[in-house]
Design a protein around this ligand. Structure first.
Ligand SMILES: [Zn+2]
Length: 214
């Protein structure tokens, strides 16, 4: 004759089943998480940027070209709003970063405009809908389309880092246009504060001289 289970045995059996269920649940979830991390974790592409720590050992900023890594001719420090540059096109490029960083009514709210989804969408729209290759990789249109670290373009690793991306492109479009809105594809012009750019350019007479011969 089969002995009937008493109440205590039934409760204990239920608890055991619940605990086993929870344990299996946790194991399955953890396994899925680990597989996910293994597949996607290591494959996340490094985000392209122009950021580089150029500070001296004491934390101060370099002021001479010799202190900068080879191929780097200047920088913009957002903490101080400071531009340091050693050739006219770099000065113009850094002015691009500065106006991008400066708060502008209706455009950015204290962050770089080029870090917004709006800028990314404008660039992507230009590349997918408006861009027509000039056939010359040195022309501004093709330089924008081929810019490293945007869309599917891989970043530039010349400086042992992932250079490029939408923030760098903002400054580079100004540089490529030689500070002239007419040289820029029309869609981008309204996103630059031209009055402010021309005001800042006055602090760097070498930009004006460079424009005359280029
Ligand atoms: Zn830059």
């Amino acid at each position: 004759m089969k002995k009937k289970k008493n109440c205590l045995q039934i409760i204990s059996q239920i608890i055991t089943e619940i605990l086993t269920g929870v344990a299996i649940g946790i194991t399955v979830s953890l396994t899925i998480c680990i597989i996910f991390i293994l597949i996607y974790g290591g494959a996340t592409p490094e985000k392209a940027s122009g950021t580089m720590d150029l500070r001296r050992e004491d934390g101060s900023l370099p002021t001479t070209q010799e202190e900068l890594p080879e191929g780097i001719d200047g920088y913009y420090s957002p903490d101080k709003g400071l531009i340091v540059c050693f050739n006219p096109w770099t000065c113009l490029h850094e002015i691009g970063h500065k106006v991008d960083d400066e708060k502008r009514e209706g455009l950015n709210d204290g962050i770089y405009f080029s870090k917004t989804k709006e800028w990314e969408a404008i660039v992507d729209y230009y590349r997918t809908e408006l861009f027509i290759s000039t056939g010359d990789p040195d022309q501004i249109e093709d330089r924008i389309n081929d810019f490293p670290g945007i869309g599917d373009n891989s970043c530039d690793t010349t400086w042992d880092r992932c250079y490029g991306g939408y923030v760098e492109l903002y400054a580079c479009i100004l540089e490529y246009s030689h500070g002239n809105p007419e040289n820029m594809p029309e869609i981008f012009r309204e996103f630059y504060d031209w009055e402010r750019i021309w005001e800042l350019e006055k602090e760097y007479p070498e930009i004006e001289e460079w424009k005359l011969v280029n």
